[in-house]
Design a protein around this ligand. Sequence first.
Ligand code: UDP
Length: 392
Amino acid sequence: MYDVVIVGAGLSGAVMAERFANQLNKTVLVLEKRTHIAGNCFDYVDAATGILVHQYGPHLFHTDNASVFQYLSRFTEWVDYRHKVVANLTLVGQEVLVPLPFNFSSIRACFPNEHAELLIRKLRTRYGEGARVSILALRQEQDEELIKLADFVYQQVFINYTTKQWGKTPEQIDSAVTARVPIVCSEENGYFSDPYQCVPRNGYTAMVGNMLASPLIDVQLDTDFRERLNIDLMAKSIELDGQPFNGEVIYSANLDLLQLDHEALPYRSLRFEFETLVLKTFQQETTVNYPQHPSMTRITEFKHIPNSRQNADQTVIVKEFPVDYDPNDPVASVPYYPVFDEYSQTIFKQLKAQAEQVPNLTLVGRLAQYQYFDMDDAVANALTLFEKWKSL
Ligand code: UDP
């Protein structure tokens, strides 16, 4: 018998398993539906090229949370890496690569010299050097030139990309989502602004493997939790292998799997196209966004990331095509991004309220808490929930 059962071996489940085992000496069973650990940050060395590939799209660690960084540093060494993204835009018939987030260099790449300098001066005066302004806030500007700039960035970078990504316009989604990629009042070309930006030296899978390495932790892969665990929201009770289970259950899978007759929570999913090319490098930066492409959002080339094999004669790229989540369609069956609207919030709150009635059940992570978590958020959230659980 185990003290704790954890559903899901992604980052959130791994933090919980590690804390229960290593801090509280509890025995832990982790049930994972996939054939691997590490959830969507799973990476592996591609056998043909030796390149470290992120199976579920690019994952670049960045945080301003020193305690999250210190915590994860127990399980990995790091390689410094500042992620760079450019947008591939066609402007007056010319292909231009424009740094993202849109910044002073981007303005210079898109506008004639004098006009660019005027816009930069106006942004500096209005917001101050280094300020980060969301596109939706910039669109509320009064200054005529800044309104034109906002319209340009909105049209070129945001409207098509966001509509592809979410099936909705920037105004129809949570404003925090487009605010992740602000207009930056500086020359800085980094995609993120956090003080810690790095990748695990041997990849995320190795890092999560170290988190789960305790002999007190058993990980059972390729196992739908329902094969062993019966979480009954009506009876407010849990069974493991047909016997009442009164230990703690930490649940990090989709919340709506707990109530199959309940309406499903909506997600956006992604279809990935991986290609191995006989080329030293395919593109200039790790990620190139294609706002104007009819269906693809971005291409990532893994060998630019310094923990990957950079001297390979070939290169591996992945193209991303957002699609509606459909659990019954193999190419759209991974729930990547929660869709925040009134409908989903209503369903989520109902399910959450029911789950909270089960005394030994804790919901954790992106899927179970229906949140758009970056990796550091997932770790911080799991550590906080663990401390909260301990103090009860
Ligand atoms: N976005 C956009 N154009 C871009 C990049 C981002 O419109 O070229 C918007 C889009 O709505 C996206 C959001 O900004 O979902 C957040 O982008 P981010 O790169 O942070 O998304 P993630 O890497 O999490 O998919």
